[in-house]
Write a protein that binds this ligand. Structure first.
Ligand code: AMP
Length: 127
């Protein structure tokens, strides 16, 4: 797999402390912060601290420790925000855009957690 990580992307700058962020949780391998242009009352971005371009890059190249830490952190955020359906929360959606067809804007793997309002159907057909 050939991925070239651009260390000048905005999330790399956030990880280096060159750009401020509204941190939700930070762990050994993972950082979560509020999206700068939220599309729902809850819009958190979860990123690994390692240099991974997109989701398939992360899950194939990252260590087990990074992958477990990332996923456990997603679970902790959803629980802390009270949006888990299993705990009486109203639910949420996770989205990860990878590459051109998905219109990925920032080439550092990130998971969007969206919630706090009804989110509608997953996709609107454009054709
Ligand atoms: P994507 O299209 O999946 O790559 O999403 C990139 C997301 O990053 C968008 O929702 C942006 O609003 C968000 N974003 C861009 N710059 C920042 C920033 N400095 N702090 C927080 N979120 C950002």
């Amino acid at each position: 797999m050939a991925y070239d990580y651009d260390d000048q992307n905005v999330f790399a700058k956030i990880l280096r402390g060159e750009i401020p962020n509204s941190t939700v949780i930070e762990t050994e391998h993972t950082l979560a912060f509020n999206d700068i242009a939220p599309q729902a009352p809850v819009h958190v971005l979860v990123i690994p601290k390692g240099p991974y371009v997109c989701h398939d890059h992360f899950v194939t190249a990252a260590s087990d420790a990074e992958i477990v830490d990332f996923n456990r952190t997603v679970g902790r955020i959803c629980a802390d925000l009270g949006i888990c359906p299993g705990d009486g929360g109203a639910g949420y959606r996770t989205i990860s855009n990878s590459g051109a067809d998905a219109v990925q804007e920032v080439p550092h793997f990130h998971l969007h957690i969206l919630g706090g309002r009804p989110l509608g159907r997953m996709l609107e057909r454009a054709d």
